[in-house]
Design a protein around this ligand. Structure first.
Ligand SMILES: [Zn+2]
Length: 482
């Protein structure tokens, strides 16, 4: 027998947003003075004011507000490491109505499958989730990696995420993922030609590499740089699964992700500098064409790269949003910045110039028509306050030279395309889930206007600016707990 629905799960009452300007995220056109009617959490009508369309609805006048689909953070880590309540609340209060969780575990997959993954009511929706990250720790051999792909596929993972696996492991694992029809994506494996990887089926590249992997392919000195990457020592690990390896790995990763650059050796930094010095826009454009041909997705996570490459910049240590984070977390971030400050001035200059090249690369990918998504890489990365960091990502994409419309698409319609949900999400139209952001200023004029959030609709439930402020304040006063 099905239990009676709990009150909090009940669909909100019908709602009509009156007098709004609807933004078409596909062509950038605007329709002013519209009604958006919402019933049972779904948009039922969009058009000129029509009192007959939903007579029982609560009518909220939002005269002049711009309506866009809710934002998707397509690279985030709120679940699995600590109590996610505060992080999820901050995301929602910033207009994030959906997120792609970028690491998983057998536990998380089982909880989701059993309907036991209870997210708080103030939370964006979980859009997709992998199993445990495939690394040399848990996938040291090809056989083990293939088994992991099978296990995660049958446990219900939406995709397989890899990082730092060796070429010997990568290709068999990719072949198995292809056979099962599950996307494999993540960090480009070092020592493999990027084009060979995407032609083998690598579905998406995160963080523009990371590191030197993709920059090497944009270099006039590609052969030599690639040879150096290939001869770099790979971690020596026992080819058997250790007990609790995932939990152990998670602890290692939690420390590492704060700022992975802090582990750089002088030789790594010299190699980065060579990649910067020999960066070639023509080669980058050719590579971009290869991504277009292969249908490869990119999630640049520029804000992650900026906080990493410029970790000791005062823009971060003086960030007013730090008040939303637990003091212990901020302490860890300050520690990471201090450690970063111990690199020489020349080394830090190399890191900074890498970031400038990555901005140029992002623009080249965009110009070529590479499919891209917006992602912040918050929770766990230094200086990344959940929710706010996606807005910072919008700012960095604008800094790279992307148009406001393109940035809006990356966080809305492109996310729906990636997820295969364009008929139910990613636009403001009848039949779509009523996940919406209401903006004070025209988002097509300036990407900064994507942050002029005056209301968020989540599955048909409207939260006004005052409610969003209350949610954020609640997190800031309880931050030691989250
Ligand atoms: Zn990540």
């Amino acid at each position: 027998m099905t239990p009676p629905p709990v009150a909090t799960d009940r669909a909100p009452a019908p709602l009509t947003l009156r007098g709004v300007t609807v933004v078409d995220v596909h062509d950038g056109s605007l329709r002013s003075d519209c009604d958006v009617a919402i019933v049972d959490g779904t948009i039922t009508a969009v058009g000129p004011r029509d009192d007959a369309c939903a007579p029982l609805a609560e009518v909220v006048s939002m005269q002049g507000a711009y309506v866009v689909p809710g934002y998707a953070d397509m690279h985030a880590h709120p679940l699995g490491r600590q109590d996610p309540t505060g992080a999820l609340a901050l995301m929602l209060a910033n207009g994030v109505t959906g997120f792609r969780q970028m690491h998983g575990s057998p536990d998380l997959l089982a909880q989701r499958r059993d309907g036991a993954l209870d997210l708080p009511s103030a939370s964006p929706a979980l859009l997709a989730m992998p199993g445990a990250l495939l690394t040399p720790f848990n996938a040291a051999t090809a056989d083990r990696a293939v088994d992991m792909v099978r296990e995660q596929h049958s446990a219900g993972a939406d995709f397989i995420k890899i990082a730092a696996v060796t070429p010997e492991v990568y290709f068999p694992a990719q072949a198995e993922a292809n056979r099962l029809g599950i996307p494999m994506l993540g960090h480009l494996p070092a020592g493999i030609d990027v084009v060979a990887a995407v032609e083998a089926g690598f579905h998406g590249i995160e963080h523009l590499g990371p590191g030197v992997t993709m920059l090497a392919a944009c270099s006039t000195d590609q052969t030599n740089i690639a040879a150096e990457i290939a001869t770099a020592p790979t971690p020596k690990l026992p080819p058997v699964e250790l007990p609790f390896v995932d939990r152990l790995m998670d602890r290692v990763l939690t420390k590492l992700v704060v700022n992975p650059l802090n582990r750089s050796k002088p030789a790594d930094i010299e190699l980065l500098q060579r990649a910067v010095d020999t960066f070639d826009e023509g080669k980058a454009a050719e590579l971009a064409d290869a991504f277009v041909a292969a249908g490869t997705w990119h999630v640049p996570t520029l804000i992650r790269l900026r906080t990493q490459q410029l970790c000791d910049a005062c823009e971060f240590s003086h960030d007013p949003y730090l008040k939303y984070m637990a003091p212990a977390t901020v302490q860890t971030w300050r520690g990471a910045a201090k450690k970063f400050g111990r690199f020489t001035a020349a080394q830090r200059e190399t890191f900074r110039s890498v970031y400038d090249v990555l901005l140029r690369l992002t623009k080249i990918l965009d110009t070529a028509g590479v499919k891209m998504l917006a992602g912040s890489d918050s929770v766990g990365a230094a200086w990344e306050v959940p929710g706010f960091s996606l807005h910072r990502e919008f700012g960095e994409l604008a800094r790279a030279g992307l148009s406001p419309l393109r940035i809006l698409q990356m966080t809305t319609s492109n996310a729906a395309e990636y997820l295969g949900t364009t008929t139910t999400a990613g636009s403001v139209a009848p039949g779509r889930v009523a996940d919406l952001v209401l903006l004070r200023d025209d988002p097509l004029e300036d990407a900064a206007h994507l942050s002029s959030v005056m209301g968020v609709v989540q599955r048909g439930r409207l939260r006004t600016g005052a409610e969003l402020t209350a949610i954020k304040n609640e997190v800031s006063t309880t931050s030691p707990a989250h």
